[in-house]
Design a protein. Structure first.
Length: 136
């Protein structure tokens, strides 16, 4: 391939953005679970969120409106955890992912929901689910 052909191919190739905003260890109390006592007493959940988005508009302009306001998003994630009870943390992770994808700049999100007080009959440190969702 000639050098000119390589330049044309490079220009036509999509640019892959690997920028991320990460929120780790968001804590909230929720009433999610399949057992009555989980719904009645509630328990703590911990959420990690990694957002894929192009940070160049914000990094070159130093303008908050050109990125995700992670303080506002953190409050929305906590509201999701404190919201309507669900049976599974998989469903809670999906709810949170959809909240994140409502942010216009976000192209993909990875959500991990930890349930450190899960009703498991053996000693354990944590149980968690992780899912990744992208815009269509």
């Amino acid at each position: 391939m000639t050098s000119a052909a390589r330049e044309v191919a490079r220009a036509a190739a999509p640019v892959v953005v690997r920028d991320r905003v990460v929120l780790t260890g968001l804590r909230a109390r929720g009433r999610h679970g399949v057992f009555d006592h989980e719904r009645e007493q509630g328990q703590h959940f911990v959420v990690d969120v990694a957002l894929a988005l192009d940070l160049s508009p914000a990094s070159t302009s130093d303008d908050l409106s050109r990125t995700v306001d992670y303080g506002t998003l953190a409050e929305a994630v906590v509201a999701d955890v404190q919201g309507e009870p669900l049976n599974l943390i998989e469903a809670l992770a999906e709810r949170i992912a959809q909240t994140c994808l409502r942010q216009a700049a976000v192209t993909e999100v990875e959500v991990t929901v930890h349930k450190p007080e899960a009703p498991i009959g053996v000693a354990f440190t944590d149980v968690a689910v992780t899912l990744t969702r992208s815009r269509p």
